[in-house]
Every structure is written in C-alpha cells, then in structure tokens.
Design a protein around this ligand. Structure first.
Ligand code: PLP
Length: 443
C-alpha cells in the first residue's frame, strides 16, 4: 500500500457518517484532533473508510510497533485464539505467559533476577508499581515529575502532571505524591549538566528538606524520555543522579518505559541509552503490537508480595502474550535496528528542515521517538501552540497522521517498520505543511 494518497475531501462521506454516530453514542472525553476513520492498514500505511491512504506516524499512540497487523503477529494471535482465548493467569497457568515473563527477565533493564506482573494497560502497570513500592518499602511517599504521564486511573492520575484537564474535577487523588521538575535541556538556560543538577537539587534540597523525609518515600517514578510531555530527552546525568539518590535512601526507582520501550528508541528500552538500571520497569503500548497488555517487571527480591496481594482477571491474556512473544522476535530480528537507522535518517532530515523553517525551535529524540517543538521566536522560545495545531491539521490534509505532545510539540512515533523512503516522504510533506502554516501566519 502506498501513501499518502488522498482521493476525497476530508472527511469523506463514509467517515463523516461514522463520526456523526460516534458523536451521539461515544464518550465525549476522547481527544480526536482530526476525522480519521480507519478501515484497514498494512505496515506504516493506514486506509480510511473512503479509500484515502495515510502515512501513519502515530502508530495508534506509539502502539503498533510492528506495523498494522503484521502477518507474524496475526498468525500468533490466530493460533493462540484457536487453542484458548482466556483462562486467567490469576488462578491458572499457561505457557505463553511464562515464556513472556522469561523473555522479559532477560530483556528488562534491571540487574539480577526479575519477576513480572501482568495487567492490560499502561495505567495498570503504573498502579501495580505504586502498590508494589508501598508494599515492599512499607513507605507511602511517591515522587513523580511535572509534565509526566503515567495513566488516568486514580492512582496513576495522581502521578500524571501533563495537562490540567486530565486531573480537573477528579480530586482528591492519591495522597503522598510529590512532583519535581523534569529537565528540559532546550528550555533550560545553561548546560545539560547544570539542568540535571538543578532538577536533582529540587528533590534533595527542597522536597527532602521541606516536604517529605526520604525515609518516607517508597518510589521515584520517571519516564526515561518524557512522552506526552513533549518527547523531552533528559541529560544522562539526571537519570544517573536519580539512580544514585534512590539507592542512597532505599527508595525504589520505577522507570516508566510504556511509551519509550519495546524498540522504539533503537534499543529494546530507552534506559539502555542512559546506562540506567531500574528496580521496577513498567511496559505497555508496543509490547503486544496493539493487543492490550501492560506489565510491571521488578527485581525478584522486590516483587515479594504474597498470593492474593495483587492480581487481574484479564491481565496477561494468552492471546496478548502470544502477540507479545511474536513482537519480541520481530523486534530482535531487525525492527530495533531499523528504528535506529531510519530514526537517525529522519532526525538529520528534520534538522535540515529546522535550518529552513524558523518556526522549528528544537528537534530532539532517539530512534523513532522524535519531538519537534515549534516556537514563534527562537530567542524568547515563545510557544507556537496554534501553529502546532495548524501543522497537525495541514499534515492530515496531505495524508500524514501525526499527534501533538506537550503544549507546542509534534511527536513522530511511526511503527518500527517505517522505511527510509517513508521517512523521506514524511519530510517532504512536513516541509510543504510548514511552508503553508508559515505563510498563513505571516499573511
Ligand atoms: C509513559 C506512559 N505511561 C503510562 C501511560 C498510560 O498507558 P495507558 O493509556 O495504556 O493506560 C502512557 C500512555 O500514554 C504513557 O505514555
């Protein structure tokens, strides 16, 4: 399937009819930026119900790691579904779940023996890690970061500090949660090391001296690259500093690899770029190529809770585990390498676009996890929020699906099968769309 290929005005008639029905019956809390109604897809191309083809740089919010319906994943799903769809790992055993736990024990960025808890989503992985940290340390406090996203259920929402609309009206949230600034090298006036030092100092010299004693903190929960917050890549010294700080105080370091994990950054986990070893790692999104699965991996000595302490009826569903096992094989057999090489190519191309379009303030990312921050002025770095929104629309009209991240950034998170030719096609569309929005701003 080739894309982009737009044949009708958008939305086309069939898409419009479905959206009209959706507006009547589906929760209005979802955030659809443009009227894309999928009919089918293949690799990094998705086709809507009117036959328009789009280049998919969103991958269902960074989920379709192996592309849309990869044949190997579909085969694994069908074979497992024919044997049995559900049994519940809470009360029974099945081999695909054990196999996945064995694979994760070898892959997770955790030193020593590893055990895995199985849920269905990123937020459930966060919930499990909060409960595990409290249970294991017998402490209550949790430290998370401004701009972070860890999920929307009541525990994880207390950690999430991305957009106020996500929290407004839902309080009171989980008590004992504190937020610290996350280092944003682009916006910090000073070196990357100073940026890291300042954020670490906030925890050591303000939180620990003024708000919560470190011996009451169970966990620090951090994204190794901040996802929803804008695809912000922190300095290595920051994550290393968190590791040292948590070790010093007997606090668990929980690393949220829900968006950054499973090959997206050109390594199995983003933590590997920072030589970071966690005590607990949360994984979801790309792990099962689109089937619901969220896992919490932990040091075996930390995951010491007794039978009955935590479980889930559907968690670690056999079909999802089969899809995850097939996904890991595909990642190891070339897709992680592809993410690294195509990602580097795309970053180079975006930096060239940055030289041409003054509205691009920053291009950042690793592998196929790339953020582009738009500013009205490169000196003041005034956030170009409306322009970012206009760019998302302009790209959609040209047949490319992208999502925003943070207040004024665009994220590129295509499937890891994304090719060099598709990257070039994306760059061409973005160049054209940036020219359009720059004209409309200047006119
Ligand atoms: C880093 C991170 N953690 C957790 C979550 C929550 O995942 P889910 O939407 O599957 O609950 C997300 C979702 O975007 C995420 O990006």
């Amino acid at each position: 399937m080739d894309a982009p290929d737009i044949k009708t005005p958008l939305p086309g008639p069939k898409a419009k009819a479905i959206i009209d029905r959706d507006r009547q019956f589906v929760s209005p809390s979802y955030t659809r930026d443009y009227p894309f109604v999928i009919a089918r897809g293949e690799g990094s191309v998705v086709e809507d119900v009117d036959g328009n083809r789009f280049l998919d740089c969103a991958a269902g919010i960074a989920v379709n790691s192996t592309g849309v319906s990869h044949p190997d994943v579909v085969k694994a799903i069908c074979e497992q579904a024919q044997k049995f769809i559900h049994m519940s790992g809470t009360d029974f055993y099945y081999e695909p779940q054990v196999r996945l736990a064995e694979q994760l024990a070898a892959l997770a960025p955790i030193d020593g023996a590893v055990r895995t808890f199985f849920g269905n989503s990123g937020t459930e992985a966060t919930e499990a890690s909060i409960k595990l940290a409290r249970y294991h340390t017998k402490r209550q406090g949790i430290i998370a970061f401004l701009g972070s996203f860890h999920g929307r259920s009541m525990g994880s929402l207390a950690l999430t500090a991305s957009k106020v609309i996500q929290r407004r009206g839902f309080g009171p949230l989980l008590p004992g949660v504190y937020h610290a600034p996350y280092p944003d090298p682009y916006r910090f006036k000073g070196s990357a090391d100073q940026c890291a030092a300042e954020c670490l100092s906030f925890i050591k010299d303000q939180l620990f001296l003024q708000l919560v004693s470190p011996d009451e903190v169970a966990a620090i929960v951090v994204e190794p690259i901040q996802g929803e917050g804008g695809y912000v890549v922190p300095p290595k010294a920051f994550l290393q500093g968190l590791r040292a700080l948590t070790t010093e105080h007997g606090i668990l370091l929980v690393v949220d690899e829900v968006q950054s994990g499973m090959g997206r950054t050109g390594k199995m986990f983003a933590s590997e770029h920072f030589d970071l070893k966690a005590d607990v790692v949360n994984i979801a999104k790309g792990i099962a190529s689109g089937l619901p699965l969220g896992v919490t991996c932990a040091r075996a000595d930390v995951m010491s809770w007794p039978p009955g302490a935590h479980a889930s009826t559907f968690g670690g569903n056999p079909v999802s585990c089969a899809a995850a096992n097939a996904t890991i094989t595909l990642l190891n057999d070339g897709l992680i390498t592809n993410a690294a090489t195509v990602g580097a190519h795309l970053l180079n191309g975006l930096r060239e676009l940055q030289n041409k379009h003054r509205i691009i303030g920053d291009v950042r990312g690793i592998g196929l996890m790339i953020g582009i921050e738009l500013v009205r002025d490169r000196e003041s770095k005034l956030r170009a929020v409306e322009e970012r929104n206009a760019l998302v629309q302009a790209m959609f009209r040209r047949g490319v699906l992208v999502l925003g991240a943070g207040k004024n950034a665009i994220r590129l998170a295509p499937p890891l099968v994304f090719s060099r030719a598709q990257a070039d096609s994306l760059l061409g569309v973005m160049d054209d769309a940036l020219t359009e929005i720059s004209h409309s701003i200047n006119s």
